[in-house]
Ligand binder design. Structure first.
Ligand code: K1U
Ligand code: ZN
Length: 159
């Protein structure tokens, strides 16, 4: 496991910012790889299913999504952690679903949030490859929660 980073908490200004795009010069760089690795270790250590760079005090558009079955979503798929650079939602289903969310930056609160049931997403890998893919259910919820972090929005603002 690489280093565990401090997680910004509700009320800290970094969580309200619109994060900057990762520049093409940063793709495949040692610093981007180290940041992704440290975010992954931090997410695992905090028992999370996702994390966004602003939560570890880096205002850049980088997220990790790692769905797994849990008491709230027993049917959630188990997926290897996916690191997404500059993620963009290309399409959202008109159908929304209510589901419980928590947040590593708001540890004592949970709530029911309406999210698109499925989304079409484009992102870059750390190496700079373009990926377009569909997510639905719990993984789609995590992606939307993490992209909200990139846009300075916490789930408690959607309750
Ligand atoms: O971004 C974060 O703060 C991580 C967050 C991701 C998330 C959880 C639930 C719905 C949407 C996004 C967490 O991992 S909170 C802790 C957690 O593991 C969890 C909470 C509720 C349901 C399942 C897991
Ligand atoms: Zn969160």
């Amino acid at each position: 496991m690489s280093c565990i980073l401090a997680v910004a908490q509700r009320g800290e200004a970094i969580l309200n910012l619109n994060a900057a795009e990762v520049a093409s010069s940063e793709l495949n760089s040692p610093w981007l790889k180290q940041l992704a690795e440290a975010m992954h270790s931090t997410m695992l250590q905090k028992n999370g299913v996702g994390i966004a760079a602003p939560q570890v005090y880096v205002s850049k558009r980088l997220i990790i999504v790692a769905s797994r079955p849990n008491p709230r979503y027993p049917d959630a798929p188990e997926m290897d952690a996916v690191v997404m650079v500059n993620p963009e939602i290309l399409e959202s289903s008109a159908t929304t679903v209510l589901g419980e969310e928590g947040c590593l930056s708001v540890p004592d609160e949970r709530g029911q949030v309406a999210r698109a049931e499925s989304i079409k997403l484009r992102y870059l890998t750390v190496a700079g490859e373009v990926v377009e893919t569909l997510f639905s259910g719990f993984p789609a919820r995590i992606v939307q929660h993490e992209i909200d972090h990139l846009n300075g929005v916490l789930f408690i603002q959607r309750l």
